[in-house]
Design a protein around this ligand. Structure first.
Ligand code: CTP
Ligand code: MG
Length: 255
């Protein structure tokens, strides 16, 4: 390429990729298959999550971070389920923490990707409008964007119990109207996300929220409206809710 020709990143629209951490075991869901591979409406949760990202016209690459020994199985799974034509995918093995898994996913992004979504495989039902709203906010100049919802419950900060069965003293009650529960996909300017993952070491269970790592850099993070259906499948009751949402979609539009 001559020095005068613009690079693809400068000439075309920002290329957007989605990194999907799917390497967790799903301990809180109970024993069995790794969470991302469990079926919802007969289709693995991970496939729902990949399709939810590929549903956005802007997303041209999906990087799936598979359970450490599960990359070949995940590749087969995605090969067996159609994706839109505009979407490529790559599968890499994950790590021991979500933070490590996301880092491994970011590491294989091609150079021309300038906007990165990070989306939990455990949020299989996020609507495409939420995905597009996050991408648009990044394209409009925000280095980090999180979809979020107001809380239904009041939240208390406590001193964790000194032993099993002991009551926990309450330390404070944050004003609920100022709190937000954050979801994914979170969207980032690629360089900002790479810097965040390069500068925050894995401590204990690691960071569960990529935007929080950007906050630690001192960079601004903004919130856009999240969606009820972007909830995370964490405990057994969440599977019941996810099946009900799928059944409603199928009844409404033949899905
Ligand atoms: N994740 C990952 N690598 C890990 C741990 C988690 O890629 N080592 C992913 C999960 O697959 C999930 C997302 O991060 O899509 C959010 O994590 P969470 O809901 O906590 O899933 P798990 O860690 O699998 O569940 P649990 O904490 O109950 O074991
Ligand atoms: Mg976890």
């Amino acid at each position: 390429m001559s020095p005068l020709s613009p690079t693809p990143a400068e000439s075309g629209p920002a290329r957007t990729a989605a990194v999907i951490p799917a390497a967790g075991r799903g301990v809180r869901l109970g024993p069995g298959t790794p969470k991302a591979l469990r079926a919802l409406g007969g289709i693995p949760m991970l496939i729902h999550a990949v399709r939810a990202m590929a549903a956005s016209r802007a997303v041209t690459l999906v990087v799936v971070v598979a359970p450490p020994d599960g990359a070949p199985e995940v590749r087969n799974l995605i090969d067996g389920h159609a994706l839109p034509e505009h979407t490529d995918y790559v599968v890499v093995p994950g790590g021991a923490t979500r933070q490590e898994s996301v880092r491994l996913g970011i590491a294989v992004l091609p150079e021309d990707v300038s906007v990165v979504l990070v989306h939990d495989a455990a949020r299989p039902l996020v609507p495409v409008d939420t995905v597009d709203a996050v991408i648009e906010a990044v394209r409009d100049g925000a280095p980090a964007v999180v979809p979020a919802l107001p809380l239904a419950d009041t939240v208390k900060e406590v001193e964790p119990a000194a032993g099993p069965g002991l009551p926990e003293p309450v330390l404070s009650t944050p004003v609920r109207s100022r709190l937000r529960a954050v979801q994914t996909p979170q969207g980032f300017d690629r360089d900002t996300l790479v810097r965040a993952h390069g500068s925050v070491a894995v401590d204990g269970d690691g960071a569960t929220d990529d935007a929080g790592m950007v906050e630690r850099l001192g960079e601004p993070v903004v919130v856009v409206p999240g969606h009820e259906e972007a909830f995370k499948v964490t405990r057994p009751l969440d599977l019941v809710l996810a099946e009900a949402v799928l059944a409603r979609r199928r009844a409404n539009d033949g899905f």
